[in-house]
Structures are given as structure tokens and as C-alpha cells.
Design a protein around this ligand. Structure first.
Ligand code: SF4
Length: 350
């Protein structure tokens, strides 16, 4: 189901912000993400969904979900976290990045261009979301679609309640949170898929309005926090796909995060402001090969249903452990390779 479009002013007090009266009466600083926006009364942060109202930071996203769907967990993508299960997925409007190639721009950016005073979507509250997840048979709730950081308050309350009911929580994110934000989520998030959109500062600045180093810090932090981590890179022709850059990126994963961290190399399609042609199959296969040469055990091709690069094979003996065709999965492991006994990293194999 996709949410409707009813609209009302339903902002709420935001978390993680401070007043800066010594600098200017009414000025506030948001501490939710690495932009650390300073916002004057009447203004909004870069994400377009946190607003300074009379010297208090308010969020527009705490009560309204713009998209809610029951998805296979493979769609997040997470290939090593309760494979074959379903996850109730939700997202609100707003995003703290400005990616020219945004694949979800209708959710992420339209509130900024339309300068609306409220988010679109259906009413959402933690108890209702958790109840819907339990009734649907989902094993988890995913905070996804746009950028969950900008609906932190809704995510935190929902994830805490969901964990009490035995559900897992998944955050699919650009990885641009403040350290304080990640620590606040520490105990209720179980798995994350963070984008690593490129391995160059120039790309992050020019294409996303952000920077690379904080994302690398947060990838390391996700591992330290004990969250199951998978990484996605949308491969964009001529922008982030040189052999050197891909090798550096894969080497970073291997050396700083671990060779068992799955890396999803996803096919780009023209979207939003970037209209260059889609990624070729050859280019995706070259990136897959580079990931393997850099020493990664689990490298996947995404957005190309039916390609053998979707499958999981044992890095020790090559045994086919999971066959995937799009979101159809056939699992031939309980967490150990039937061929050689190697332990397959992840959670919830059996
Ligand atoms: S979430 Fe990020 S972009 Fe939005 S107001 Fe806070 S610091 Fe700015």
C-alpha cells in the first residue's frame, strides 16, 4: 500500500538541537546530522523538514509516513540478514542530501521545492506501525525510501517499541548522521544498509551536497555498534566508476570494515536531474571483479534481475548458497556452507 496525500500542520518538538541565544535571539542549531544547520526563526534546515518556530526546533515528519509497503528484505538491499523474510518499510518526505541522481526524488525533495508547511502522507504513529508489522507477519521494520535520519523522532520511538515486541529494525541510509544520533539509535537498530556513493570528496560535494569523510566515519561506527552492515554503491557511468576509485573503495571496506561486509553494486537508471544512460552490464561485471580482486568475500550486482551476480556463493569452495532472481530467493544454507563447512556471515540464516 502507498500512503495517500492528506495534509495538515502536525509538527512536533524535535530532538537533538540546541538554542544559540548568545549568537542571535531565537537561533537554533540542529544536531541530528553532519550539516549541523543553524536555523533562524521561521527558517528550515537543509532537509526541508525541520523548522525553527519561535526559537524551538520542530519536526514535520514525526506523524506522517509518505510511503508504507511490505517488502522482501532483499529489496533494502540486505542479503545476509534474515534472508527470505519480509520487512514493513516506511519513509517520510525530506532528505539531507541533494543527489542529482536521486531515485526517490518525489519523496526526498518536493517538500523543499513546493515550500509546503506540512508533509504529505498518511497518519503514522509508533504503536500503529508496530501493530501493522506484527499483523503482516514481517520480521522487521525498515526505515527507508527517503532518508530516515530526517524522521529520527518517528524512527526512534517506533524502533524502540518494535524491539520490545521482538521485531528487528533496519535503517537504510546515506550514513550522514551525527555521532549523537547514531548513539541514540544504538540499542534499537539491528541492521543497516549505508550508501557509499563514491570514493571521492569531489563526487560527494558536486553530486550530493555532502562530503565523504563523515560517511566513512559512520561506516566504521556501524561496525563498532555491532549493527549488521551492508553497503550499496550506485554505479554511475563516468562519475564514480573508474577502476582506481572502485579498487580504493573496495579496499577501504576490506581493510576498515571487514572482508565479509557485503557490497552491493547497483545499476543506475536516469532519474531526477541526471539523465545520462543507465549503467551497462559490462561495467557492473567489471566492478564486481574489482571488488573480488580487492579481497571482498560478498560482492553483489543489484537492479539487474536474473544476473548471477545476485547469488551468494561460498568464498571458500564456490558452493551456491543462495540463488536469487530479483526478490525470489532459494536458500541452501543454515549459516554454514554444505560444501566445506565455512561459516557464512550474517544474521538469521536458519
Ligand atoms: S537533520 Fe540535518 S539537514 Fe536537517 S536540519 Fe538537522 S542538521 Fe540540518
Amino acid at each position: 500500500m502507498t500512503a495517500g496525500s492528506s495534509m495538515q500542520t502536525d509538527n512536533c518538538d524535535a530532538l537533538l538541537w540546541e538554542a544559540l541565544p548568545e549568537e542571535k535571539p531565537g537561533l537554533v542549531r540542529c544536531r541530528l546530522c553532519r550539516h549541523f544547520c543553524r536555523i533562524a526563526p521561521g527558517g528550515r534546515g537543509i532537509c526541508g523538514v525541520r523548522e525553527n518556530i519561535d526559537g524551538r526546533l520542530r519536526t514535520l515528519t514525526a506523524r506522517r509516513a509518505a510511503a508504507v509497503n511490505l517488502d522482501p528484505v532483499e529489496k533494502k538491499p540486505l542479503y545476509h540478514f534474515y534472508p527470505g523474510s519480509y520487512t514493513l518499510s516506511l519513509g517520510t518526505e525530506g532528505c539531507n542530501f541533494s543527489c542529482l541522481f536521486c531515485q526517490n526524488h518525489a519523496l526526498a525533495h518536493i517538500i523543499k521545492t513546493e515550500k509546503r508547511s506540512a508533509c504529505r502522507g498518511q497518519p503514522a504513529d509508533p504503536a500503529g506501525i508496530v501493530g501493522a508489522a506484527l499483523r503482516s507477519g514481517a520480521g522487521s521494520i525498515s526505515y527507508t525510501y527517503s532518508e530516515p535520519t530526517v524522521f529520527f523522532e518517528l524512527m526512534l520511538k517506533t524502533a524502540s517499541l518494535a524491539a520490545e515486541h521482538g521485531l528487528k529494525n533496519i535503517m537504510v541510509s546515506n550514513g550522514w548522521q551525527s555521532e549523537e544520533c547514531l548513539l541514540a539509535l544504538k540499542d534499537c537498530i539491528h541492521a543497516v544498509n549505508f550508501d557509499l556513493k563514491a570514493f571521492s570528496e569531489n563526487f560527494y560535494r558536486k553530486m550530493c551536497g555532502a562530503s565523504l569523510e563523515p560517511v566513512l566515519d559512520n561506516l566504521r561506527r556501524a561496525v563498532e555498534l555491532g549493527w549488521w552492515l551492508e553497503i550499496t554503491t550506485l554505479l554511475i557511468p563516468g562519475e564514480n566508476d573508474s577502476d582506481e576509485e572502485l579498487y580504493s573503495l573496495a579496499s577501504f571496506i576490506r581493510s576498515q570494515l571487514g572482508r565479509d561486509v557485503p557490497w552491493h553494486i547497483s545499476r543506475y537508471h536516469p532519474a531526477y536531474k541526471l539523465k545520462i544512460p543507465p549503467t551497462s552490464t559490462r561495467s557492473l561485471e567489471r566492478a564486481l571483479q574489482i571488488g573480488r580482486e580487492a579481497g571482498l568475500h560478498y560482492v553483489y550486482i543489484g537492479n539487474l534481475a536474473g544476473h548471477e551476480g545476485e547469488n551468494t556463493c561460498c568464498p571458500g569452495c564456490g558452493w551456491l548458497l543462495v540463488r536469487r532472481v530479483g526478490y525470489d530467493v532459494e536458500i541452501h544454507t543454515d549459516g554454514a556452507c554444505p560444501g566445506c563447512g565455512e561459516t557464512i556471515p550474517g544474521r538469521g540464516w536458519s
